[in-house]
Design a protein around this ligand. Structure first.
Ligand code: GTP
Length: 380
């Protein structure tokens, strides 16, 4: 006998799940539409809450409602939580076959509660369905790249739920039920089973909120660090990157290079082809340069048609070669409007070189390239 009433556990965790559903719904309303799945997660918790309430009404409600309808709601809730994760991770859900399967299982459940009552068969169905739904869900979240705390929590909770169902299934065969066994049998095993389900749902909803918050942070960081037109890095990000790279190079006695690049006669491109074509030329330029840079190099947009490339661990000769490659790629570019580029190159030389000194030197070299007729690389 246990002092804890399983109905109380279901009711309390259900109420908390309902509140978490409200939290997820408010996130859906306030977060950017690019963060998908929040509405499904919120609705899933409501279904699970409703299903839990019907289960708690076992004995007081007709069996069809407290057993079959409740199972349908609980499985649909678990499935909708999976759909939420699919949408969140950009996977297209296939709702029709899954809902057909869940409806079929609920009908079999109905058979074993009304036509041929068998608590054991119903338990087998419930544990198998819940284990499958939590298993595929855990696998989906697990295979989305490197594990963060929020995703780790989601995977952990889903694997735990899967394990609890398998354990319950196995123990249901190894320790046969007395004929009059019922769901709210207050054995420790049954209480553990109900509690593990209820708390898994609650913890999953917390992990969903954390995953959405993580995603929002990543999107905001991306917005703060990337130029919205060209997707090059922003000046703010480049300033920080140059400063920390210079510091690192100074400590290790390495060389780093800065390239300042400015598209030639860009005003004419706008005037002749229009502003949209000018925008496209900027986008093409960034794509072309990024394709020529190495992994650790960074490209930022400093102003209208002025860009800076930071090349760590790069000597002056190597930097000139990179700059020439960029200039050559722009000159040869097939897409209209054609547009050449002038580039100023510099590297850190003295210990007291600051980022501002390097930028000023590269800018002076760029000025010389412009003055010497453009479509040139100059060094300072
Ligand atoms: N389409 C487009 N044009 C931009 C953008 N930002 C700046 N510009 C234009 O870029 C042009 C820069 O002109 P200038 O500074 O005179 O330089 P330039 O015509 O490239 O001449 P040089 O640099 O001396 O070769 C201006 O006409 C700006 O309006 C942008 O985001 N999109």
């Amino acid at each position: 006998m246990s002092a804890i009433d399983p109905r109380t556990v279901l009711l309390l965790t259900g109420i908390m799940g309902g509140l978490m559903s409200l939290v997820l719904y408010s996130l859906k309303r306030n977060y950017p539409a690019s963060i998908e799945g929040l509405g499904d997660w919120s609705a899933a918790l409501l279904l699970l809450f409703a299903g839990g309430l019907l289960v708690a009404g076992r004995g007081k409600l007709p069996n069809v409602v407290s057993i079959s309808v409740s199972s349908f709601l609980l499985w649909s809730g678990l499935y909708l939580a999976y759909v939420g994760s699919q949408r969140f991770f950009g996977v297209k859900p296939r709702i029709a076959p899954w809902m057909a399967l869940i409806t079929g299982l609920a009908l079999v459940q109905l058979w074993f509660s009304v036509v041929e009552p068998s608590y054991h068969m119903r338990l087998v169905l419930t544990t198998v369905a819940t284990a499958c739904l939590s298993g595929v869900h855990a696998w989906l979240v697990f295979r989305q790249g490197s594990i963060t705390f929020s995703r780790g929590l989601a995977v952990g909770v889903l694997v735990f739920l899967f394990g609890a169902q398998v354990m319950r299934l196995v123990t249901s065969f190894s320790a046969p039920f007395p004929l009059n066994a019922e769901f709210f049998d207050t054995s420790t095993l049954q209480l553990t089973y109900i509690t593990s389900f209820a708390f898994s749902v609650l913890l999953f909803s917390i992990s969903a909120v954390l995953m959405a918050t993580d995603r929002l942070r990543i999107e905001l960081e991306h917005l703060a660090n990337h130029d919205s037109l060209t997707n090059a890095l922003t000046r703010r990000h480049m300033d920080d990157a140059c400063r920390s790279e210079l510091e690192r190079c100074r400590r290790h006695g390495h060389s780093m290079a800065l390239l300042i690049m400015d598209l030639d006669h860009f005003k004419e491109i706008n005037d002749i082809y229009g502003h949209q074509a000018g925008d496209q030329a900027l986008i093409n330029f960034v794509a072309r340069v990024n394709a020529l840079l190495r992994g650790p190099d960074q490209l930022g947009r400093f102003g209208g048609e002025e860009f800076v490339a930071l090349l760590p661990e790069t000597s002056l000769d190597e930097a000139i070669a990179v700059a020439e490659r960029i200039r050559g790629a722009c000159t040869l570019a097939g897409q209209a409007p054609a547009c050449t580029v002038s580039i100023g190159v510099t590297t850190n030389r003295k210990d007291n070189d600051s980022v501002d000194t390097l930028l000023a030197r590269a800018d002076a070299a760029l000025y010389r390239a412009k003055a010497a007729g453009r479509n040139r690389v100059e060094v300072a």
